[in-house]
Design a binder for this molecule. Structure first.
Ligand SMILES: Cc1cc2nc3c(=O)[nH]c(=O)nc-3n(C[C@H](O)[C@H](O)[C@H](O)COP(=O)(O)OP(=O)(O)OC[C@H]3O[C@@H](n4cnc5c(N)ncnc54)[C@H](O)[C@@H]3O)c2cc1C
Length: 381
């Protein structure tokens, strides 16, 4: 079925992103995987070609356009080329709403120009060693003392954790108040008491920095709080999680499409028993099933993108997209690896990298089980 999500301007932008990836990222990505990090300069270069902060108003250096199709273009180009080191979607898809919608004018002036230019790299720190799915169980505290907060606590698994200059820290300002006692506070690189721990050694996404963060008596001015009131953090997170989950679903479908395409080509040339392996009925049936499911996923996700643009995407819609497409991605990648035989287990074949990179997709941004909980609760039991 013809895909009709993108207009001409999105396709032009897709061309720009594609050229950028070919020129600036693809030749270096393997080295970055060995380094466990992408260099900060690549963020700046991506900023120069307009890859960040579409929704940032023009007066602060952005494009002033709220259209998630541009975000999707970038996610898809990154995913199709397996450039999993680039934490751009965290910056663009996850962080942009916090930066644009929750900041006051003074904060906008301080942060948005750097956010849009790629000079100021962002991260969001929700997860702690003792609290992931159960976000209400976080222990990091922010105690209001006059004109500043005193932050103490620890976060883990934070994407862009090493490179980030600005981190939204989810902290309890009133531990007794449950969901109403959580506040989002921006902690900046260089603040005393804010340190980074290990760049964590993951099974995939080797070039992406995923780190532990520590906060020991970090004094953060009240002017770094997101939102006018204390205690709104949990609701701010709940508002923005659908967009994060949709971004993960966009990547899931793009990854499944790419791996399917590569595998179909492989099956046309690999011989066994004197025939191409694509001539076995099992191969054709497996690929037929995966291609069908991937195309169905594509259309649901595209519809979700349109709904998000119309501000109609619900928490439940996004949860459905997230769990179903990421589980599908894992299935596609796993079955395609099987069709590669032993070569599928070798890192020189793209399917092997796709297999390790994809595994996290059903985990971060809310696990499959949590997505099903969200959907299940909507039935009103
Ligand atoms: C590579 C990577 C990048 C990440 N990036 C970030 C980031 O940038 N910022 C950030 O804040 N976090 C980040 N995370 C953390 C991620 O969001 C959490 O790992 C995830 O939410 C799961 O939390 P957890 O690891 O504590 O698992 P747990 O919550 O301990 O879950 C363990 C298992 O129990 C299941 N489970 C838990 N509760 C229930 C329930 N009620 N019903 C049924 N099953 C349940 C889960 O589904 C899972 O299978 C990242 C994680 C990874 C691996």
């Amino acid at each position: 079925m013809q895909r009709d999500l993108f207009d001409e301007e999105h396709l032009l932008f897709q061309q720009t992103v594609r050229e950028f990836m070919n020129r600036e990222v693809i030749p270096h990505h393997e080295q970055w995987e060995k380094d466990g990090l992408v260099p900060r300069e690549i963020w700046k270069k991506a900023g120069e070609v307009g890859m960040f902060g579409f929704s940032v108003p023009e007066e602060y250096g952005g494009a002033g356009v709220t259209d998630f199709r541009y975000n999707a273009v970038i996610v898809e180009e990154i995913t199709r080329n397996a450039l999993s080191g680039l934490g751009f979607s965290l910056h663009n898809d996850v962080m942009a709403p916090y930066m644009v919608e929750l900041t006051d004018d003074e904060q906008k002036r301080r942060w948005l120009p750097g956010f849009a230019s790629g000079e100021l790299i962002t991260a969001i720190a929700m997860t702690e060693p003792g609290a992931g799915s159960d976000l209400q169980g976080i222990r990091t505290t922010a105690v209001l003392e006059g004109d500043h907060y005193l932050i103490n606590g620890q976060k883990t698994f934070i994407t862009n954790g090493i490179n980030a200059d600005l981190v939204v820290v989810v902290a309890k300002t009133d531990p007794a108040a449950g969901a109403r006692g959580t506040t989002l506070i921006m902690v900046e690189r260089g603040m005393e008491g804010f340190t980074r721990g290990r760049n964590l050694d993951k099974i995939g996404m080797k070039a992406q920095d995923t780190a532990e963060l520590f906060f020991e008596n970090v004094r953060v001015p009240v002017t770094n709080r997101l939102g006018a009131e204390d205690g709104q953090g949990f609701f701010q997170l709940m508002n923005n999680l659908p967009q994060e989950r949709l971004s993960i679903a966009v990547a899931a479908v793009a990854a499944a499409e790419a791996v399917l395409e590569q595998t179909i080509e492989y099956c046309k040339t690999r011989q066994a028993f004197g025939r191409n392996i694509g001539s076995f009925q099992n191969t054709r049936f497996v690929l037929a099933e995966l291609a069908t499911e991937t195309e169905i996923a594509r259309h649901y996700v595209d519809k979700c993108i349109r709904s998000l643009n119309a501000r109609e995407l619900t928490v439940v819609d996004a949860a459905k997209a997230k769990w179903w497409t990421t589980e599908l991605q894992n299935k596609v990648v796993d079955r395609c690896l099987q069709l590669h035989g032993g070569y599928g287990y070798m890192m020189e074949y793209p399917v092997a990298k796709a297999w390790v990179d994809s595994r996290v997709q059903t985990i971060y941004g809310g696990t499959t089980e949590i997505m099903k909980e969200i959907i299940g609760r909507s039935f009103g039991f």
